[in-house]
Design a protein around this ligand. Structure first.
Ligand code: MLT
Length: 273
């Protein structure tokens, strides 16, 4: 069995997703970071397909999912996640979110914690943007509106990848570069605004009552291992693993270590069932 590309009309929008594995198995739903799309999880979908039902979807406006007219917000993206689960008749899933994907998952916990079997937070944080970060996003929006995406894409890469990955993972770097360049500038600007406006979700973490794994690239410059450790301290019983030789895109930069930790964590659910 391989990875299938699908799309489904959910109450709010048309959502594109990739699926692998058997529908009767434990669902694992992957949410990509910004400004990427579902394809960043292809390696994990292939790796896990024999044991789990894996779904990686495009957040609205990204990849092949429709943007719609409503203002983007992380809360809206969280509603989209639940609407997708409803449409696919998934009552509970292990949710895996990288960076913005983690923001979406942690936002969803506030209203929908009963829809989580477990959670994997990758290279993400529960804090909201500081005033300085909000100001930076505002400037980036203005810059993109004036100049387009080329310089923005080039500059983003420097923060996303560990320095060594530019030598050791050129295909991954070029994949992400192309993904950014092919994301509509309107989606990027609307999502930057949503990221700047997002509320903190740290206060919900002490209430989490399902298994949580936190993964972070050792050289993540955007959401550092220290930030990951703070989240771990807020979630009792959670595990933290630092992925060596990886920056902010730990699943792409070190898939072997990333998959090892992820698979180990998912084994818990076999023991629970
Ligand atoms: C991401 O990878 O999703 C972004 O770095 C999130 C952000 O800009 O806060």
């Amino acid at each position: 069995m391989t990875v299938n590309a699908m799309s489904i009309l959910i109450s709010t929008n048309n959502t594109a997703y990739l699926e692998s594995g058997d529908v009767i198995k434990l669902p694992v739903i992957f949410i990509h970071g910004f400004p990427f799309d579902k394809r960043m999880w292809e390696n994990q979908l292939l790796e896990l397909k024999d044991e789990y039902r894996c779904i990686a979807y495009d957040v609205r406006g990204h990849g092949d999912s429709k943007a719609g007219e409503v203002d983007f917000s992380i809360a809206l993206f969280a509603e989209d996640l639940i609407a997708l689960m409803d449409a696919l008749q998934i009552e509970k899933a292990v949710i895996v979110g990288l960076s913005m994907g983690g923001y979406i998952a942690m936002n969803a916990i506030q209203k929908y914690s009963h829809r989580f079997a477990g959670l994997v937070l990758c290279d993400t944080q529960c804090a909201a943007d500081t005033a300085e970060a909000k100001g930076k996003r505002k400037k980036t929006i203005a810059f993109i509106l004036r100049n387009g995406l080329a310089v923005y894409a080039e500059e983003s890469l420097k923060n996303l990848f560990a320095l060594a990955s530019f030598q050791t993972k050129p295909q991954e770097v070029s994949f992400i570069h192309n993904t950014i360049l092919h994301t509509p500038a309107t989606t990027i600007c609307r999502t930057l605004q949503a990221l700047a406006d997002r509320k903190e979700t740290c206060k919900v973490l002490p209430q989490v009552n399902f298994p949580v794994l936190i993964l972070v690239g050792a050289e993540d410059k955007i959401t550092s291992p220290e930030v990951a450790q703070k989240m771990q301290e807020l979630i009792s019983g959670s595990e933290l693993a630092i992925i060596p030789e990886a920056g902010h895109l730990s699943n792409l930069e070190n898939p072997i270590q990333f998959n090892l930790k992820l698979k180990d964590f998912l084994k818990k659910f076999e023991q629970l069932s």
